[in-house]
Design a protein around this ligand. Structure first.
Ligand code: GLU
Length: 314
């Protein structure tokens, strides 16, 4: 991987013409229904655009990492036949590039050191607008300053027009945490730009992070990729499947049912894959018959193996 793409603000931040997507799991557990949908959905959209599909392991959150999870996620992707078009990158080896971005934001006065603790921010509902700490901490965080009235609008490829008042709803947000870990928001923005990602396809649980990422791209003079947020996967009781008791562990020895479930949760007709009997055959038929316009917004009930009779709500 070459040096970070951190142009000066005067350089136009434009996307290349060709498509490059990615799947970026955090190794906090095994691949589950939601991450499987993101993996397959991002792969299908990359194939539909005749583009590339990369994989990045987002292992900057040491305290939440589960030992061996990254390797199991990669093994699961291999079993699903979802092969990245470039070597897998792990964020844990990339401190220097995140530091460079942070140093630049600090030097330009866009980021600041913050001694506030979680309890300092309770009165403002966790939203940081000014430092309220009464004493310095040995381990301050670094935050991005978000000016009052900072509205970010963008059009999501699946969810449509989005708008967020980042100052009011989120506040000055953390770039490096008090425990020294890089915040997801900083690492994801730096890496998407450094890897030349043009299209971010991921779960709708990250839709409200996108305005923060767009603000960071602007602050760093980086291009904003196109965004498409896939529906949330829920079980029959309406619970987010990854968090529910019904979460189905993916069996790498039996990838076809998982691919079929993800396919239907992406709004695609189940019968398109009827008759396919190997991963290679299923993926070939899937990429040839995939219709991006059928991906639902909202939630996608994920059929349990014992209950294939389900509907997709908008
Ligand atoms: N690493 C994040 C997660 O597993 C996803 C990041 C992204 O796709 O932007 O939830």
């Amino acid at each position: 991987m070459g040096p970070a793409v951190l142009p000066t603000a005067s350089v136009p931040a434009t996307l290349p013409a060709s498509y490059r997507g990615r799947f970026a799991p955090s190794p906090t557990g095994d691949l589950h229904a939601g991450s499987l949908l993101a993996a397959f959905g991002s792969w299908l959209l990359a194939r539909a655009a005749d583009g590339e599909w990369w994989v990045r392991i987002e292992d900057v959150d040491g305290p939440r990492e589960v030992a061996g999870a990254a390797d199991r996620q990669l093994a699961a992707l291999a079993a699903l036949g979802l092969v990245p078009d470039a070597p897998v990158v792990r964020q844990s080896g990339r401190d220097a590039i995140y530091q460079r971005a942070l140093d630049r934001l600090l030097a330009e006065g866009r980021a600041f050191t913050c001694h506030c603790s979680r309890s300092d921010l309770v009165p403002t509902g966790g939203v940081h607008r000014q430092c309220l700490a009464t004493a310095p901490r040995p381990d301050p965080a670094i935050r991005l300053r978000v000016d009052d009235g900072t509205l970010v609008d963008f059009v999501d490829g699946i969810q449509g027009s989005q708008s967020q008042d980042v100052a009011r709803e989120v506040g000055d947000f953390v770039l490096r945490r008090a425990d020294g870990c890089w915040a997801y928001q900083l690492a994801v923005v730096v890496d998407d730009a450094d890897q030349g990602i043009t299209d971010v396809v991921r779960g709708a649980d990250l839709l409200d992070s996108t305005p923060r990422q767009i603000l960071l791209q602007r602050a760093l003079g980086l291009p904003t990729p196109r965004y498409a947020h896939l529906p949330l996967v829920i079980d029959a009781g309406g619970r987010k499947l990854s968090k529910s008791d019904d979460s189905q562990p993916f069996d790498p020895g039996d990838p076809l049912p998982a691919l079929r479930r993800a396919w239907t949760a992406l709004g695609q007709p189940a019968d398109a894959l009827a008759g396919t009997s190997s991963v290679a055959e299923l993926l070939a038929v899937a990429s040839a018959s995939f219709q991006p316009g059928r991906i639902p917004r909202g939630v996608a009930p994920f059929p349990a193996s014992h209950n294939r009779d389900f509907t997709i709500r908008d």
